[in-house]
Design a protein. Structure first.
Length: 367
């Protein structure tokens, strides 16, 4: 899976405004459809209070946070799967991301044109769902037709097709009804069989409810609709006021807390979105800490110690000997690495150790 998040939605729902606030790098935004044609790509820092605390306890010359990538993909419209708007190009862009952040308009504003001339989150979500399903349907149908012909070529292909073709048939039936591929492909074995199709509707989705400032204090009827849909799909929801977030992004750091307090927020909605995307991508963080550098490193959940070492440098993985490990929570409790050692919380781990989120690690290797 690609380690990035694609921001999608209908035109004029606030995708580019949210992307600009995320990256503090202006994306083209205007009051007309398709103002974003080529996808904008931004690498953003992952907010992590644990790294801030580590820096307090282990002072250092340099601090480097973890990062993740967001891609602002132009608005889809009904008929995108058939090339409406600039649909085919945009659908290809979506195929390349790891997860989808689906921005849904949840505010009224007569000055901002809605592509369907009304605010209707359920209808907007359905439009996107259908277009993505139809795009996947075309992909699966082509593979099904090709694979069916191979059955007549060899016994090996016929045996393979005894498994593949029924799976493709289930996918086709689901996608024809506008339902995601993920609703019928559940086992890891089935996921592996269709991985090379790069189906859009297999990707995890985060729903981003874009509200006005009033919608931050209490869910409006539009947000409630989004939550109901997301709950049925086991998808997370992040509520954001894109307009307010763009103002926060332009403020000096010192002025932000007061502004957030006035909005009734403990932190920026963008921070919540970044962390949600990071977690949904299956990403976790381990730390290295010392006088030269305190750094957050990104790894995939389930990595063993040598794989995590390879995130720093391939030589670390090739020549891995052992890992010296303790939890950042133990550092916070005891106040220093020396006291963590005294408490017996400092460990030596080998090649089979599964790295945990929040580990502070030092690798021994020999190449």
């Amino acid at each position: 899976m690609s380690l990035n998040c694609g921001i999608v939605g209908l035109p004029n729902v606030g995708k580019s405004t949210i992307f600009s606030a995320l990256t503090s790098a202006p994306a083209e935004a205007a009051n007309y459809p398709f103002c974003t044609i080529e996808p904008n790509v931004g690498v953003v820092n992952v907010p992590d209070s644990r790294l801030d605390r580590i820096v307090e306890l282990i002072p250092t010359a340099k601090v480097i946070p973890a990062v993740t990538e967001f891609v602002d993909i132009a608005g889809l419209v009904a008929g995108a799967s058939k090339g409406e708007g600039l649909g085919n190009k945009f659908l290809a862009n979506i195929r390349e991301v790891g997860i989808i952040a689906h921005v849904v308009r949840c505010f009224e504003n007569p000055d901002i044109i809605h592509v369907n001339n009304k605010v209707d989150p359920a209808g907007d979500i359905e439009t996107i769902d259908i277009e993505l399903a139809l795009a996947d349907l075309e992909t699966v149908q082509k593979r099904y037709d090709k694979q069916s012909r191979l059955s007549r070529v060899s016994a090996k292909d016929a045996k393979e097709n005894a498994v593949l073709l029924p799976l493709y048939e289930r996918l086709i039936a689901s996608l024809e009804n506008g339902h995601a591929a993920s609703t019928v492909v559940e086992t890891d074995d089935e996921k592996a069989l269709i991985a090379d199709l790069h189906l859009i509707t297999m990707k995890p989705v985060i729903y981003v409810a874009n509200v006005d400032e009033d919608g931050l204090s209490e869910d409006n009827k539009y947000v409630k609709t989004v939550r109901e849909i997301a709950q049925k799909r086991n998808s997370p929801v992040v509520v954001i006021c894109g307009k307010a977030e763009s103002e926060i992004a332009e403020m000096d750091e010192a002025d932000r807390p007061e502004f957030l307090q006035a909005l009734g927020l403990e932190e920026s909605g963008m921070h919540t979105l970044i962390r949600t995307a990071y977690a949904t991508l299956g990403l976790r963080t381990f730390f290295t800490a010392g006088s030269d550098e305190d750094r957050a490193w990104t790894f995939k959940a389930g990595y063993k110690a040598p794989q995590a070492a390879g995130v720093i440098h391939t030589d670390f993985e090739k020549g891995f000997i052992r890992a010296e490990v303790y939890s950042c929570n133990d550092l916070f409790e005891y106040g220093s690495e020396a006291k963590v050692r005294e408490a017996g919380k400092f460990r030596i781990e080998g090649k089979e150790y599964v790295v945990q989120d929040g580990d502070i690690m030092h690798f021994r290797f020999n190449v």
